[in-house]
Ligand binder design. Structure first.
Ligand SMILES: Nc1ncnc2c1ncn2[C@@H]1O[C@H](COP(=O)(O)OP(=O)(O)OP(=O)(O)O)[C@@H](O)[C@H]1O
Length: 526
């Protein structure tokens, strides 16, 4: 998808576009009203008081309408920009989510890229429209003062287009380079902040800061390169503007001295005054163009055809999990090769294997987050979808908000249900009098690792899903808590697949678990 004029027109309401066009036309007279009104002065010589009053009222009205139109123009343009910013950020949020981009890349899009597109595209398009309207109106005025000289002035004005023709591509490439480097800088800055404890512990402040500061320098250097190129182009523009003014004078003086085409000094003077508006607006347009060019690449937004808001149905009843000749390879590295597996509903499985052997990978395939490179996985009669499972991960996801928010995720649950879920994981007594209202701030680490883990388990218990996937969930829990939690999660008719290094074999036996061992890219029953 490309953020361009078509996208803008599609997203701004038609009534607003009409108001913008009307105010643009009215405001476009600003460049020539002085010329138009001052040009009347010679006609006032020797006229009566009535004519003066009439002239004053007319001039006041013209000034009033033009300046009011300019202000309204910006009010409407700003409203349109706000609509476009909201649409752009929402589009970016959805696409980064659908494409599973990492947090740093996604945040870079909605912060840096979105501001750059707003500053150097949306606001510039507004400027282009107003300068364009002013240039057209000034041009019409200039042409009707003296056709030949008017054409000469405008032809010279077009010279200012030349430098931009050469710089456009390079500016676009630098814009993209800057955005990529910015994303890298956000990643290394994120690592710098997240790693505070380890960085201090290993006393590697200097070494680590060098990484971050190099990335900051690199992205700022590219921005500077881009700005220098913009101003280089602008400098050539200025030089050509001199030619655009002096050139027509030279021709005009020649026509005056040879008495050709009725060119007079006064016509040349009024043309210079009005044509200035044409030249200025052309120059402005070129400056705008260079800004627009610098956003060309970042305005190309990767889109996914997936509709993330479509609710995938989770109505499979007592599904069987089947793997038929499933292989999964990361780049060139095989994790699974031709695996066949049949897990009837209610099966309880302990997934074992050395670190890096593929335990999380298997759970991710069953939950539909990873597609096999070859073969087919079915859950019930369909391919796996995340909504059929609860996947409890090694690192619990909690967010800024109340315990209630973190449990319900915005869905409808009664207080009774929420409190019962907290009680099941033993958290009902740990969060004070009103546990559901307690606010949590993940960045302040105000919950222990075990509390976080139990909170996300309570979140899972609230939801009735036929398959429970447990990925190293007890790593942050003490033995007692780990056993209590396991009892809750195991005591269910549902399918449970647990990957764990530390296993309570007594409990596993009690609840009928069998073992699946990952060996040489295959699953072996033990
Ligand atoms: N996104 C990825 N890109 C490339 N390789 C990956 C990716 N995710 C995992 N791997 C590789 O796939 C292999 C299996 O990883 P997986 O996380 O499933 O192992 P695991 O058995 O769960 O390990 P652990 O017990 O340490 O958590 C590893 O060698 C890992 O490096």
């Amino acid at each position: 998808m490309k953020i361009n004029i078509r996208w803008i027109v599609k997203n701004v309401p038609i009534w607003l576009l009409i108001l913008i066009v009307i105010t643009l036309i009215a405001g476009g007279f600003e460049g020539v009203i002085n010329g138009m009104i001052f040009g009347q002065f010679p006609n006032l010589v020797g006229k009566d008081a009535n004519t003066f009053v009439h002239f004053l009222i007319k001039s006041t009205l013209i000034f009033f309408v033009t300046y009011t139109a300019i202000v309204l123009q910006y009010v409407f343009l700003n409203r349109a920009r706000k609509i476009l910013r909201v649409k752009l950020k929402k589009t970016m949020l959805i696409n980064s989510f659908a494409l599973r981009e990492d947090a740093a890349a996604g945040l870079n899009h909605i912060s840096n890229d979105a501001s750059k597109i707003d500053d150097q595209y949306f606001s510039i398009i507004a400027g282009i429209l107003s300068s364009g309207a002013a240039a057209i109106i000034s041009t019409i005025y200039v042409l009707q003062v003296n056709l030949l000289m008017g054409i000469i002035f405008i032809a010279f004005s077009c010279l200012s287009l030349v430098p931009m023709l050469f710089g456009k591509k390079k500016l676009g490439a630098l814009g993209k380079e800057w955005s990529d480097q910015n994303s890298k800088m956000m990643q290394s800055a994120g690592a710098w902040f997240h790693g505070l404890r380890d960085i201090l512990q290993y006393q590697v402040q200097k070494q680590f800061f060098k990484r971050v500061s190099t990335d900051v320098e690199t992205s700022e250097n590219t921005l500077l390169k881009q700005q220098n190129l913009q101003w280089g182009i602008q400098y050539f523009n200025f030089l050509l503007t001199i030619v655009a003014v002096v050139g027509p004078w030279a021709l005009g003086f020649y026509f005056i001295s040879t008495h050709q085409f009725g060119v007079t000094i006064s016509a040349l003077l009024s043309l210079t005054l009005s044509a200035n508006s044409v030249v200025q607006n052309f120059r402005q347009l070129m400056q705008y163009w260079s800004s627009v060019a610098s956003t060309t690449e970042i305005r190309k937004i990767n889109v996914s055809d997936q509709d993330i808001f479509t609710q995938s149905s989770s109505e499979v009843d007592q599904p069987e999990i089947k793997f038929a000749d499933v292989s999964l390879t990361y780049q060139d590295k095989p994790v699974y090769e031709d695996v066949n597996l049949d897990l009837p509903y209610g099966t309880k499985v302990l997934l074992q294997g050395p670190s890096g052997s593929g335990k999380s990978t298997l759970l991710n395939m069953v939950s539909g987050f990873l597609k096999p490179t070859k073969g087919e996985i079915t859950v019930g009669s369909t391919a796996p979808v995340p909504s059929n499972t609860v996947y409890i991960a090694q690192t619990p996801w909690i967010f800024e908000g109340s315990i209630r928010d973190n449990l319900s995720l915005g869905q409808e649950f009664s207080d009774k249900q929420l409190l019962a879920a907290l009680k099941q994981v033993g958290l009902d007594q740990e969060f004070g009098q009103q546990p559901l209202e307690r606010m949590i701030h993940p960045d302040q680490e105000d919950l222990s690792g075990g509390q976080r883990q139990r909170l996300v388990i309570a979140r899972a218990l609230l939801r009735d899903r036929p398959i429970i996937l447990l990925d190293e969930i007890t790593a942050a829990l003490d033995e007692q808590n780990a056993n209590d939690i396991r009892q809750i999660l195991y005591n269910t008719p549902k399918t449970v697949i647990e990957s764990a290094h530390h296993i309570n074999f007594d409990l596993a036996k009690k609840y009928g678990f069998s073992s699946l061992m990952i060996k040489d890219h295959h699953l072996v029953k033990e």
